[in-house]
Write a protein of this length. Structure first.
Length: 319
């Protein structure tokens, strides 16, 4: 063998021992992605949009041996990538989504479920377990051989308990009212977040914790010691209106109306009821109040959109 060939072969061996991983927020804490690799095989679960782009790359059409465009989607492809001379699709899994790779277990995370596959034989992957998601998955992470997932369940006055955000095998995860953490400060909420720990070996639910929050923009961050979930919420409209009246309208409301408002706010009534009563009291002063409200709220926009942060310690998995 020539010296050039020996050097080339040595380079291939080195590349198999060192391979790229998913870009993550924290080193050592993996995040789901459409591509994973173990240094020998590539696990690829493309969305239809990715296929639309890749279809036009020269030479790729012949390599994949696909039928006429549009091409096959909603499958995860296991591709032998090393050595390059043996590049080929080894098998396909009839599920697609973001992926996590834990040793010989490939975890496929889709909108309606989390499924674990044994890929110790990449030519014949076998399904090990499945978790049915009944509520929305916010985020997932992999840390020290455990999967951490956060789901959100929308709630309303008609909601019935227990909540069942997911089902693992034959077991429902039931969340009762007494299981849900509420912060000491009274906040409006329309969502129950549930963080769970999953054993990727068998899909078993190891631990869970639930807490209230607001739907919308949620951000999940994980360190080596804790899981952080943020959510946006808005203060009580009654509290905002009461503060506005005291700060900006005390000179136009007679003392008896100010006293009525203070008492009304202190009553144990719903915000909806209080707002109706406040509208009745303030009706004679509507024009002037509207003019002053513009100046009041213009300088307080930051106070009207707040961020809640929940920290779940990994040791004990408690808030």
């Amino acid at each position: 063998m020539s010296s050039e060939a020996l050097l080339l072969e040595a380079g291939f061996r080195a590349s198999a021992e060192r391979f790229s991983v998913t870009n993550v927020q924290v080193a050592g804490i993996d995040e789901p992605d459409v591509v994973k690799t173990d240094g020998i095989n590539i696990y690829f679960s493309p969305s239809e949009q990715i296929f639309h782009i890749w279809w036009w790359i020269p030479g790729l059409r012949d390599f994949w041996d696909w039928p006429d465009y549009p091409v096959e989607t909603r499958k995860t492809h296991i591709i032998r990538a090393y050595p390059p001379s043996d590049l080929a699709v080894r098998s396909k899994i009839d599920k697609s989504g973001d992926l996590l790779l834990v040793g010989n277990i490939l975890v496929v995370i889709s909108y309606d479920g989390i499924t674990g596959f044994d890929v110790s034989n990449p030519d014949s992957p076998a399904e090990l377990w499945n978790i049915e998601l009944r509520d929305q998955l916010v985020a997932a992470r992999l840390h020290e051989g455990r999967i951490y997932a956060v789901l959100q369940s929308y709630v309303s006055q008609e909601i019935q308990f227990p909540l069942i955000p997911l089902r693992s095998g034959e077991r429902d995860l039931e969340i009762n009212v007494t299981d849900i953490y509420h912060p000491p400060e009274l906040i409006p909420f329309d969502t129950v977040f549930t963080a769970v720990v999953i054993d990727p070996a068998d899909g078993r639910l190891v631990r869970s914790v639930s807490f209230v929050g607001q739907s919308g923009s949620s951000v999940v961050y994980m360190s080596r010691s804790a899981l952080y979930i943020t959510y946006t919420y808005w203060p009580s409209p009654v509290g905002i209106l009461h503060d506005f009246i005291k700060r900006s309208c005390a000179d136009i409301l007679p003392p008896e109306d100010m006293l009525r408002i203070d008492k009304l706010v202190a009553y144990d009534l719903s915000d909806e009821t209080k707002l109706r009563e406040l509208a009745t009291i303030l009706e004679p002063y509507t024009d002037e109040i509207s003019r002053r409200a513009e100046n009041y709220f213009a300088g307080r926009m930051r106070e009207l959109e707040l961020t809640g942060i929940v920290k779940v310690a990994l040791d004990g998995f408690e808030i």
